[in-house]
Design a protein around this ligand. Structure first.
Ligand SMILES: [Zn+2]
Length: 132
């Protein structure tokens, strides 16, 4: 994986598929918001751990890093900026890839990926629907 950043939606496909294939794997993913006029962004490092029942996640540190070409979208950047502005990132517990409506457990809800404050459910499938 390249040492660069992405927003949550664009990172999903490349990283989630690889993580799904490796039982017990961990992924340290920089999730950044672009800085105007600079090919870089600031944000947080998200540590994702593949469990049998899903993907545990938590933010572990600040990060400033160059953008990964093609790994960003305006919508994803705006959604992440809004989530960071709300704070509460310390409450994130999981990455959800299953289709669900936005609810109180969603810290950052996007059409195909969600950073949730809910713990990994014990009856969740190993490979949640929606990862392609
Ligand atoms: Zn959600």
């Amino acid at each position: 994986m390249p040492p660069c950043s992405a927003d949550t939606e664009r990172a999903r496909h490349a990283y989630a598929e690889r993580l799904r294939q490796l039982a017990g794997a961990r992924l340290l993913l920089p999730l950044t918001v672009g800085v105007p006029g600079v090919n870089a962004g600031w944000g947080q490092m998200l540590l994702v751990t593949r469990l049998d029942q899903g993907y545990a996640a938590r933010f572990v540190s600040l990060v400033g890093i160059f953008h990964c070409t093609g790994a960003r979208s305006e919508d994803g950047d705006a959604r992440l900026a809004q989530a960071y502005a709300r704070a509460g990132m310390d409450t994130v517990r999981t990455v959800r890839c299953d289709a669900h409506p936005s609810d109180a457990g969603c810290w950052l809800h996007a059409p195909q990926v969600c950073l949730s404050t809910l713990a990994v459910p014990e009856d969740a499938p190993i490979a949640p629907a929606g990862i392609d």
